[in-house]
Design a protein around this ligand. Sequence first.
Ligand code: FE2
Ligand code: FE2
Length: 292
Amino acid sequence: MKKPLNIDSENPMDNVDDWENDLLVRYPDPAETKKEKEEFRNYIDSERLDTVREFYRLNHTYQTYDFVCYKEEEFLKFNKKEMSIWEAVDFLNTLVDDSDPDIDLDQMQHLLQTSEAIRADGHPDWFVLTGFVHDLGKILCLFGEPQWAVVGDTFPVGCAYSDKIVYSEFFKENPDYTNEKYNTKYGIYKPNCGLDNVKMSWGHDEYLYQIFKDYLPDPALYMIRYHSFYSQHRENDYVHLMNEKDVEMFEWVKKFNPYDLYSKAPVPPDAKALLPYYKALVSKYLPEKLKF
Ligand SMILES: [Fe+2]
Ligand SMILES: [Fe+2]
């Protein structure tokens, strides 16, 4: 029997990372062969895409300026849990998906594949570390947050939504869409005010940035904070809000993106063998315990 779609659920996707498969349809790996692309499209069946669409409908309907303020209030007190990076990785790994164990990787594997691909290209160690931690903010799911408030493309709130954002037609359901304070090109912002002054939709990117902001160099922090901001780093549609520093730093965000999307190696990295390297790297930059 065909499984019914989770259309009436707050969490329509079977796996919190199914939206990333939609990213691969939108931004296919230029290095992939035609055959690999076809195989991938067969794997992304229409049912999965329907649940991703439903996920974006919820995301675009409910990510308002006020919603972001409310979530900042709730989560930027960092009073949920105190953990080392290793405890956080273990915790994140409890977010398992049993729908497709052959294809979907556990979270630790995605992190290691990203960071190992960065390391193999000879980038600085803080860049490797960024790859290793960039999705730890997804533990928001384990604090009971719905998928649409954890993953998905991020975008500025408080000003008009770009039509370059995926499924932008769903913004019509968002109350800010008709609010004159928020629905103009600049909304509450000034031209080139800098992204630091712009509120982004709430999710794992902003949350993790806020936890790490005192520990990593600027390019790493930009990669963490804006890695899901596709309407800028891929579509270049928010330059009018960016200052010179943002423009410069987005070169790093762009450099990071292919590692995030296309680093799925055929042989999964050997987590155990890699552990000593990552232990040393984590303790070079991060404190023993972090507040989540
Ligand atoms: Fe991510
Ligand atoms: Fe990722």
